[in-house]
Write a protein that binds this ligand. Structure first.
Ligand code: ASP
Ligand code: MG
Length: 410
């Protein structure tokens, strides 16, 4: 059994969906679980829907519907295809949920944003059946269970593993392809939940872990894992082979190629991850796997923009020791702020975090009640893996460096 994950860009048009089917067609006699994201930028459109005035909602849903119907009309020549009633029912449900008055905002969010994945998987599954594949659709909510929190929810592992295993194994008796949604799940109470934006990679990894997949392939619009974002670098290099460990580090520091939580479930079962291009599916892409010797020696660069460095010291010039650090971390937790980098000296503690406007501002004000706080915004956090002095010098150029850390341990 293989798991394939196709993201929004790979199913953003009828042509793109045809391409997905062509790729699947090259894996005859394989059992494949297909984990699919919302088409194109539909998740963003659904998020917007939540904040619209009621007078604007109808036309926005109509736009989203038109987008999907255009793709369907292009894919299916038969106007009696069952895809039409199916998609129609799904849009009726969306309209109903938007109109319903759900007081809990997280619950409302989760029950609306997941429609992108429902639409895309209904379409792809129907299209694969139409082409003659033995394909079946399964609701991610029936196989992945999360804690009772609707947004960015944690997966309940033992429950999910059990459901995925039993459900998928029985569906594979009569089918060769199982199509399901990334990103969404259901809580233990049966409400809709999400695994966090861009979470489809993680969904695929959970499923791969549960069924002991032979491998997971994430199909992207780039040739594989690159050592830098091609938006900022002209000369990017593809990494052919890399370890789980180094990939986690790259993803954590913001390489937008895969969701940082994806690796752990794979590593646990030593399931290799392939990152391949859906545009050139015959090229080798990147293999992410266990062995440390796989660690690539190509320097990799990750830029995190819009950072703020906050330096915290005691008002009385006393040391910043463990007691004060624990106060600081409690506050960070309370404000849900994630530290990207930290450094301390005897009398001050500095952190670098995403500049999430209001929250960061409130955190600083709160901290100022107890500590002396200085901050610098408009900072960029640059992470270089496999660095050498030349690449550091070249990158820094004539920028001012506020804080620098090096790990010599590897
Ligand atoms: N469609 C969801 C998002 O855009 C999940 C994903 O793409 O992974 O965040
Ligand atoms: Mg997406």
């Amino acid at each position: 059994m293989k798991v394939f994950k196709f993201g929004g860009a790979s199913v953003k048009s009828a042509e793109a969906v045809r391409n997905v089917a062509e790729i699947i067609g090259e894996y005859q006699n394989q059992k494949i679980v297909l984990v699919i994201s919302a088409m194109g930028k539909i998740t963003n459109a659904l998020e917007k829907l939540l904040n619209l005035r009621s007078s604007e909602i109808d036309s926005s849903i109509a736009d989203i519907e038109r987008f999907h119907l255009d793709i369907i009309n292009n894919l299916f020549s038969d106007s009696n295809s069952p895809i039409y009633p199916r998609i129609n029912t799904a849009f009726e449900q969306l309209r109903k949920i938007i109109a319903a008055d759900i007081e809990n905002q997280q619950k409302r969010y989760a029950s609306v944003v997941g429609f992108g994945e429902l639409f895309s998987t209904i379409i792809v599954n129907q299209y694969l059946q139409y082409l003659g594949f033995k394909s079946i659709w399964v609701a991610a909510g029936d196989i992945i269970t999360t804690e009772n929190k609707c947004v960015d929810a944690e997966v309940i592992w033992d429950k999910s593993i059990q459901k995925i295993k039993s459900e998928l194994h029985s569906l594979f008796v009569d089918n060769t392809i199982i199509v399901t949604q990334g990103f969404i799940a259901k809580t233990d109470n049966g409400d809709d939940s999400t695994l966090g934006r861009e979470g489809s990679d993680y969904s695929a990894a959970i499923i791969a872990n549960a069924i002991d997949a032979e491998d997971l392939t994430i199909w992207k619009d780039v040739p594989g894992l690159l050592n830098a974002d091609p938006k900022y670098f002209d000369n990017t290099q593809k990494i052919d082979i890399i370890s789980y460990r180094e990939t986690i580090e790259l993803a954590y520091y913001g390489a937008s190629i895969i969701h940082p939580k994806t690796i752990q479930p794979l590593k646990k079962k030593t399931i290799p991850l392939y990152i391949k291009s859906f545009i050139s599916p015959h090229e080798s892409g990147t293999i992410v796997q266990q062995d440390a010797f796989a660690d690539s020696l190509i320097p990799s660069y990750i830029f995190k923009k819009n950072q703020v460095i906050i330096s915290i010291s005691a008002r009385d010039f006393s040391f910043i020791a463990e007691d004060k650090l624990s106060i600081i971390f409690d506050k960070l937790n309370q404000y849900n702020l994630k530290v990207n980098l930290m450094q301390n000296s005897a009398i001050s503690f500095s952190i670098c975090i995403d500049n999430k406007g209001e929250t960061v501002h409130n955190f600083i004000i709160d901290m100022q009640k107890t500590f002396k706080v200085k901050y610098n915004d408009d900072i960029e956090l640059i992470t270089i893996q496999n660095y050498n002095q030349d690449v550091i010098d070249e990158l820094i150029g004539n920028r001012d460096v506020f804080l620098e850390q090096k790990d010599y341990s590897r």
